[in-house]
Design a binder for this molecule. Structure first.
Ligand SMILES: [Zn+2]
Length: 484
């Protein structure tokens, strides 16, 4: 009897708890406005968007100023906005998520983007950038799958959308959403949390909304700000026409890796990775190997390591080096850290390299996640000689590249060969054109260092852009000597 009562009590507590917790969700929704299908809340906003780009330094961002409007009710999220880049160029976009249908006109596009499941969920989650309303309703509509925990301050609701675990933090004192976070996987940075932090709530007779939203991307490394300027009740708008053949396609499949190793001479080998459009260099020394460049993700790093093992099964990879910090040269770094290679870099990219090597990859574990190893770095200041008889020389080029501050180039005096990442743009066919700043930079450093070069080999691109990857030095010289 006593036992039965205890069970009943526990059961009652669980039911009560889950009821009150759903209540927080319900109460929260009520605060954000009574919404029906006929009327919508319109919010006008301005924003600052910062995106990581292929820029001169790690973590540097391109900044855009944006403004626009959104129309929201329980079944609808519509947005029309424009972004202006630092050069004053304006891009507009339109988004319409109504009853689980997504229509999307991307920035600068004239036609709607084909919709994949991935894009649908990405846009659904990204509504949180402007308002928590859409996700609040999504959580409520999927309440059977929603889990929750409570802390002193919050009830935290958790739901998986596609493969992303999303958390909604409702403040117990006022039922307002303080924060929404989601966890996702990035090939370069591993597990990344994005947070939408709501503040400066404005309350009127009918509804409440946050006027300030801070978006913390890539674990807070990049911050965006959205400011809601005002709100009104509005009628439905038609931003986009639904195509007759509308469908949501399965998400795109990754390209199969295509890898080919070619010896250049008895100690230099090049590995072409067709699926990333990159050329990787492997140099064999008496007792060890050096690898220069590894594109995009840890998987490619593993592939390159298995190719190196075919070239010299018994020699360890002592050095990994990348010509600059962009993903096509550095993205496959982690497997080399796992193999205990020393990472050669400049002091400009050292911290960045450490961040990548130490980033947790629990969602998609690689060798370094499964068996963590400390990263070993060695800084290149002006130059570094590797091997006997000046076998290989690495030179710091930095800003002279007109591309990044950490640029390195590789030189083999005995072969009159120079390997670099992405400085030459000599067409495969047709006449050579006047040299651009990167080519002029490369030509000047070759002359300044008095390097004798016959051939330049370039890492990227190997197929696209119709440019040469094996470049006679005479071509570069010709391009530089064209006057107009
Ligand atoms: Zn680059």
């Amino acid at each position: 009897m006593k036992l039965k009562t205890t069970y009943l009590l526990i059961l009652l507590t669980i039911i009560l708890q889950s009821c009150t917790s759903v209540n927080y969700l319900e109460n929260s929704i009520k605060l954000y406005g009574k919404s029906d299908d006929k009327s919508l809340l319109r919010f006008n906003f301005k924003e600052q968007l910062n995106n990581l780009g292929h820029l001169a330094e790690p973590w540097a961002t391109n900044t855009y100023d944006g403004k626009g409007s959104l129309w929201v009710n329980k079944n609808t999220f519509q947005k029309q906005d424009s972004l202006t880049n630092s050069r004053g160029k304006v891009y507009t976009s339109k988004t319409d998520i109504t009853n689980n249908t997504l229509l999307y006109l991307d920035y600068g596009d004239k036609e709607l983007l084909p919709i994949t499941e991935e894009l649908f969920f990405e846009k659904l989650i990204n509504t949180a950038r402007y308002t928590p309303i859409t996700l609040l309703h999504h959580f409520y509509n999927n309440k059977e799958d929603v889990k929750f925990t409570t802390t002193g301050e919050h009830v935290i609701y958790a739901l998986e959308i596609d493969k992303y675990p999303i958390q909604l933090f409702i403040n117990k004192s006022n039922n307002l959403v303080d924060k929404i976070t989601y966890l996702s996987y990035d090939e370069l940075y591993g597990d990344i949390t994005t947070s939408f932090v709501y503040s400066s709530y404005i309350k009127n007779e009918f509804y409440t909304y946050p006027a300030h939203i801070q978006i913390e991307k890539i674990n807070g490394k990049v911050i965006d700000i959205v400011e809601i300027l005002n709100s009104i009740n509005d009628n439905p708008v038609k931003l986009l026409e639904k195509p007759e053949n509308y469908q949501i396609a399965k998400s795109s499949i990754e390209k199969n890796p295509e890898i080919q190793t070619t010896p250049y001479n008895d100690y230099i080998h090049f590995i072409d990775l067709a699926h990333t459009d990159d050329k990787v260099m492997v140099v064999e020394f008496k007792d060890y190997m050096l690898v220069a460049e590894a594109p995009i993700n840890p998987k490619n790093g593993e592939l390159i390591i298995s190719e190196v093992k075919k070239i010299a099964p018994l020699k360890p990879i002592k050095y990994f080096v990348f010509g600059h910090h962009h993903p096509h040269y550095l993205g496959g770094l982690r497997p080399f850290v796992h193999k205990e290679a020393t990472i050669l870099c400049t002091d400009i990219s050292e911290n960045y390299v450490k961040y990548i090597a130490e980033a947790p990859h629990t969602i998609n574990p690689d060798s370094l996640q499964l068996e963590p190893k400390p990263i070993k770095t060695q800084i290149i200041k002006d130059s570094l000689i590797i091997g006997k008889n000046n076998k290989m020389k690495i030179y710091f080029m930095g800003e002279k590249s007109s591309h990044t501050k950490d640029y390195l180039i590789y030189y083999f005096p005995n072969d009159k060969l120079l390997f670099e990442d992405d400085l030459c743009w000599i067409p495969k066919k047709g006449p050579i054109k006047k040299a651009r700043s990167r080519e002029i930079g490369l030509y000047n450093i070759i002359k300044d260092l008095k390097l004798e070069v016959d051939t330049i080999i370039q890492s990227w691109p190997i197929e696209s852009h119709k440019v040469k990857t094996v470049i006679p030095f005479a071509d570069l010289e010709k391009a530089v000597n064209i006057n107009n």
